[in-house]
Design a protein around this ligand. Structure first.
Ligand code: ZN
Length: 92
């Protein structure tokens, strides 16, 4: 049986290495340098509304094909293209 002081000593030696291991695991001293921030993401300018937009996960596969910031702009652009073609046809 340990006296109060000894028990405290044992507690300190047992819990401190654990504590520092825990801190090191949870809080790495250097934040991951390769962490992607919003500023790192590729950007494009929307072909319909002209506003810049940032890469999104859902576009990971077809980012090259993405030309508009939203579905709304996409249909807007499609409509504009159709109108332009209609004008061409009318002119021809
Ligand atoms: Zn847009």
């Amino acid at each position: 049986m340990l006296c109060g002081a000894c028990a405290a000593q044992v507690d300190a030696t047992l819990s401190n290495p654990m504590r520092s291991w825990f801190d090191a695991t949870l809080l790495p001293p250097n934040p991951m340098p390769r962490m992607r921030t919003k500023a790192d993401l590729p950007r494009k300018t929307c072909a319909a509304c002209g506003r810049p937009f940032v890469w999104r996960k859902k576009w990971a596969r077809d980012w090259d094909a993405v030309k508009t910031c939203s579905e709304r702009c996409k249909s807007e652009l499609r409509r504009a293209n159709r109108d332009a073609r209609a004008v061409d046809v009318a002119r021809a």
